[in-house]
Design a protein around this ligand. Structure first.
Ligand code: NAD
Length: 386
């Protein structure tokens, strides 16, 4: 037998910068980055894609970007910033992928150009995907504008869109070249989107970091009343934990485990079952509540632990039950387990809790116990027990 063997490593490095008013002409952060990226007399093209919700709340943004980039000698705007629908609509319409790939073609964006996405997690997932498949990968820069995208989705390596009724069914692992978290964008979020991203912070604290969970307990009221300093700390801490996890483990998810997806198997299903009327972060809060109660029923954590977690989630304003969980004796919900497994392949791997700050992977879920957990959440939501 004859064979050849191939093996190589490709290092990825990117910085997440925290700033305020990124495209104010006096803010050097983005210009400094461009100067580091583009050496000498080269001029690189930039294609900017803006989330419609962001464009509406920040009407001067396109102009600010234009003015800022006009003062940066080493890049030119390839076209007027494109505006795409925000929210899950961005990931549900395949025509938007075509639109962005066509723009890459039409405006001569090559692999040394940059595609910049400015928006919530959904728009960033769309833009990152289109950038990753055009020319087999154009460099992309993320400018997340929601809590969830600044503390979780925007600082990671995944992107993708929904396909054939399945969430994130097509996508790639494609790290950005840089991420810029601009706190100013958070001021225009509606309360639901301010709150939604807090679920991902509770998630990562519960599976990894008791002291961060204790901080969340202490700061529940501040977060509920939209205290900017508390939120900035939450985003920084949560982004850091996510990034440490990605670099320290399995960044391209080759194995069967997705510990960062604690609470997500039910969340993804719930988003579909409610036709996306429940936001991703809201669904994650319910998914966490379900897996926390399940962990308690399975004898892994104490009732007092459950109460502390529910107190934080309810304290920032999350609902912890949705009728779709119980529909058809939870048959629809339970199908989410198989879909979660299918997405990754390999053995079913679900993260539960063994203690506050300590996740544990299991490979089996007891359907009767899931039903009991759903029933408990329903009763508690009616009686506001937590
Ligand atoms: P979103 O992108 O769905 O946006 C919610 C709404 O907020 C939209 O209407 C949008 O137009 C609007 N918006 C965005 N920024 C705004 C601002 N600054 N001011 C006012 N309105 C603004 O919400 P999200 O929670 O950021 O993202 C959810 C998506 O992220 C889901 O599709 C989820 O699957 C995905 N996600 C991806 C990853 C990943 O690793 N790639 C991880 C977690 C979640």
């Amino acid at each position: 037998m004859t064979s050849l063997q191939q093996s190589f490593n490709v290092p990825f490095t990117y910085t997440v910068s925290f700033t305020n008013s990124l495209f104010s002409v006096t803010n050097p952060v983005f210009r400094t980055f461009l100067n580091q990226q583009v050496m000498g007399k080269l001029v690189r093209k930039v294609l900017v894609v803006i989330d419609e919700g962001v464009a509406q709340h920040h009407p001067s943004l396109a102009n600010d970007v234009r003015t800022y980039l006009a003062q940066s000698a080493n890049v030119i705007l390839a076209a007027e910033p494109l505006v795409v629908p925000g929210g899950e609509a961005a990931k549900n319409d395949p025509k938007l992928v075509d639109l962005l790939v066509d723009a890459v073609n039409e405006y001569g964006i090559d692999r040394h150009s940059y595609v910049i996405g400015i928006g919530g997690g959904a728009v960033l997932d769309l833009v990152g995907y289109a950038a990753a498949i055009a020319h087999r990968g154009v460099r992309h820069i993320r400018i997340p504008t929601t809590v969830l995208s600044q503390n979780d989705s925007g600082v990671g390596v995944k992107n993708g869109v929904n396909y054939r009724g399945k969430k994130n069914f097509v996508g790639t692992f494609a790290p950005p070249v840089a991420v810029f978290n601009d706190a100013r964008f958070l001021t225009t979020l509606d309360d639901r989107d301010w709150r939604a991203g807090i679920a991902e912070a509770v998630k990562v604290a519960l599976i990894k970091d008791l002291s961060f969970f204790e901080w969340l307990e202490t700061n529940t009221d501040a977060l509920a009343r939209r205290d900017a300093d508390a939120m900035n700390y939450l985003i920084y801490r949560c982004a850091d934990l996510h990034m440490q996890h990605i670099s320290g483990g399995d960044p391209f998810e080759m194995g069967s485990a997705r510990p960062l997806d604690f609470g997500h198997w039910a969340a993804h299903k719930l988003e579909y079952l409610t036709n996306f009327s429940v936001r991703h972060g809201e669904a994650v809060a319910i998914g966490i509540a379900l897996d926390v109660v399940y962990s308690q029923l399975a004898g892994r954590i104490q009732e007092a632990d459950t109460e502390r977690i529910m107190h934080v989630l309810q304290g920032v304003g999350f609902e912890l039950f949705h009728p779709a969980l119980a529909e058809n004796n939870s048959e629809h919900l339970v199908r989410g387990l198989a879909e979660f497994q299918e997405h990754l392949g390999g053995e079913l791997t679900i993260t539960l809790l063994d203690a506050l700050g300590k996740g544990v992977e299991v490979h089996e879920m007891d359907i009767a116990l899931i039903r009991q957990a759903v029933a408990k959440l329903e009763i508690n939501s009616l009686s506001k027990a937590y």
